[in-house]
Design a protein around this ligand. Structure first.
Ligand code: NDP
Ligand code: PYC
Length: 341
């Protein structure tokens, strides 16, 4: 498919996203949380989790599995360092928003705390949540499972989700150091974009149903995706299954897929937050300077920090214009009309 990036006003994109989500049935607060996440991703040119997700969110809602209006509950009584949020079978984002203040408060008072979000449908990029915690001066790790699409190293049948992990490290006076990636060799969103746009997959990211390497997105969707970094990514993916699944009393990717009959997976997300002020004490400036020296040693040799591309994109798009694929923008504009026909 021949497609180009066009410039779209952020205000217009915001209005269209809200219209699509509200018409699909999402409550005002869920529609706002979803819109905020996808506009934030689009602004940073993270296309696989930007405006494109309006299509999958509305389709997911049509399965009848997602509650479009459930108000999440937040409970900090299990243990001082454990906060539980029950998304009540809604999209995860509102649960995070509602629980974050308590996570920040407990992380500061105890030095570290964990937020377990249960019973959520999760479609979004993780870095906005990691970055929000870094903006509070906290170090953060965010993990979630997803749909069982990914084979373990040495196997060829799906066992893991694409299982992303994000990490954020606050940097005084600068944007935080953040990375956020799927533990699959590519995110499912990338595979779906290749499928929509008729592009081949990169080599080495998927196998077909017979277990042979493939670059055909259709064959890969019927076969299995692969983890990044061979057995290392595979082990990391298994860790995320355990941490964001059984540890917080929730589903693995495979269990959730079976439970939801292959429609949309409902599962958990875990967010860990550490207060550097508590860990470092009086020596904080020294240790933060060591962190900065580490970053300098990376960039001084011509390598880039994760998020550097994103932060440049954010700067480029800071004047209220977003870069959107033209075919996607057309499809989104047609969406509310289609429902009126
Ligand atoms: P990418 O491979 O696009 O990027 C991974 C990370 O690596 C980013 O932080 C990126 O920074 C950084 N990076 C990329 N290239 C370099 C480089 N050359 N040097 C240094 N750092 C680099 O991520 P994925 O496609 O795997 O994931 C995309 C998104 O999908 C993530 O936001 C993830 O949360 C989301 N996702 C969500 C899932 C869910 O269930 N909700 C499941 C799977 C993925 P930069 O952004 O600046 O390029
Ligand atoms: O891109 O792998 C992905 C993904 C799964 C769920 C949401 N995004």
């Amino acid at each position: 498919m021949d497609d180009v990036l066009i410039s779209v006003s952020e205000g217009e994109a915001n209005t269209l996203a809200m219209e699509i989500l509200k018409e699909a049935g999402f409550s005002q607060s869920h529609a706002e949380a979803i819109t905020q996440s996808i506009i934030t991703a689009q602004r940073d040119e993270c296309h696989s989790h930007g405006l494109y997700r309006l299509i999958s969110c509305t389709r997911a809602l049509q399965t009848g599995r997602i509650d479009p209006a459930a108000e999440p509950s937040v409970d900090g009584s299990t243990a001082p360092a454990i906060i539980r949020a029950d998304a009540r079978h809604a999209i995860s984002l509102l649960a995070f928003q509602k629980a974050m203040p308590l996570l920040v408060e407990r992380s500061r008072s105890l030095g570290m705390a964990a937020l377990a979000i249960n019973n959520c449908y999760h479609f979004s990029a993780l870095w906005p949540e990691a970055e929000a915690l870094a903006a509070e001066g906290l170090v953060a790790i965010v993990m979630t499972v997803s749909h069982a699409w990914v084979a373990p190293a040495g196997g060829n049948a799906p066992a893991f989700g694409t299982n992303p992990i994000a990490f954020a490290w606050p940097r005084p006076g600068r944007l935080p150091f953040v990375f956020d990636f799927a533990t699959s060799a590519i995110a499912r969103g990338e595979l779906e974009l290749c499928r929509r746009e008729g592009r081949p997959l990169p080599h080495g990211v998927a196998v077909d149903r017979a277990g042979n390497p493939t670059t055909d997105p259709e064959a890969a969707a019927e076969g299995a995706m692969l983890t990044f970094g061979g057995y290392k990514g595979s082990a990391l993916s298994a860790m995320i299954e355990l941490m964001a699944g059984p540890l917080i009393g929730d589903m693995t990717s495979a269990a959730s897929l079976a439970y939801d009959s292959g429609t949309v997976p409902c599962h958990g997300e875990i967010i860990l937050a550490f207060d550097p002020a508590r860990f470092m004490g009086n020596h904080a400036p020294l240790h933060l300077a060591r962190g900065e020296a580490l970053f300098d040693s990376i960039v001084s040799q011509g390598a880039r920090l994760p998020s550097a591309r994103r932060h440049l994109a954010r700067k480029r798009n800071s004047k209220g214009q977003l870069r959107v694929r033209s075919a996607l923008w057309q499809e989104l504009q047609d969406m509310p009309n289609e429902r009126h026909e």
